[in-house]
Write a protein that binds this ligand. Structure first.
Ligand SMILES: [Ca+2]
Length: 177
C-alpha cells in the first residue's frame, strides 16, 4: 500500500524539523556497529499527537544506538498512542529486519506498533503491525518481507499503555549493500 504522507495517525514529518532532530543525534550513526554507519535515529513531533516519543527525553535517544545493551532511551512516562521513533538512513539501504530491544526492562515494549518505510520521506509504505516477541524476551522484531531499499523507517505506537517505552538498542539487518 502506498500513499503520500506517513502515518495512519499523523502526516509525515517536515524535513526541516527532521534535520534539526538528526543534528541533535548526529553522534548516533557512526557508533552503530556493523555493517558500517547504517543509520541515524531521528524523530520529531508530527503535531497531531500530544506526546511523540521524542518529546520525552530526546536527549537520551542516542542511547538506543550506542552499542551498549545496558543504556537506553526511555519515555520515562506511560506510553501514549502516537509515540514514535524514526530511523533515518544517510543513504538507501536494503533492510531485511530490525529489532527494538527492551530486554533489561521486558515490560517496556509497546503492545502494538505500526511500521512504515519510505525511500524518499514523502511516499510511505505500510509494512504492518508488530508486537513484542511471544517469548517474552522484551524484543520487538520487525521483519521486512521481502527486504527492500529504504531511507526511513517509522515505528509508531498504536495503543496507550500504563508502562514506559524503553529501547536499549536498535539492531538493523541488511539483505545486501
Ligand atoms: Ca544502548
Amino acid at each position: 500500500m502506498r500513499r503520500r504522507g506517513g502515518g495512519r495517525l499523523a502526516a509525515g514529518a517536515p524535513l526541516g524539523a527532521l534535520a534539526v532532530a538528526a543534528a541533535v543525534l548526529a553522534g548516533c550513526g557512526p557508533r552503530v556497529a556493523v555493517p558500517p554507519p547504517p543509520f541515524t535515529l531521528a524523530a520529531d513531533s508530527l503535531g497531531e499527537t500530544a506526546l511523540p516519543a521524542v518529546a520525552r527525553r530526546p536527549e537520551n535517544l542516542a542511547k538506543a544506538c550506542d552499542g551498549s545493551g545496558e543504556t537506553r532511551w526511555t519515555s520515562a512516562a506511560p506510553i501514549a498512542a502516537g509515540y514514535f521513533v524514526e530511523l533515518a538512513f544517510p543513504r538507501e539501504r536494503a533492510v531485511s529486519a530490525l529489532t527494538l530491544d527492551a530486554a533489561p526492562s521486558r515490560g517496556d515494549a509497546p503492545d502494538r506498533v505500526l511500521v512504515e518505510v519510505s525511500r524518499d520521506g514523502r511516499d510511505w509504505e505500510e509494512l504492518g503491525e508488530f508486537g513484542p516477541s511471544p517469548a517474552g524476551d522484551g524484543k520487538t522484531r520487525i521483519d521486512v518481507k521481502p527486504p527492500r531499499p529504504v531511507r526511513r523507517i517509522m515505528v509508531r505506537v498504536l495503543e496507550p499503555a500504563p508502562h514506559w517505552w524503553s529501547i536499549y538498542e536498535v539492531t538493523v539487518e541488511y539483505a545486501r549493500d
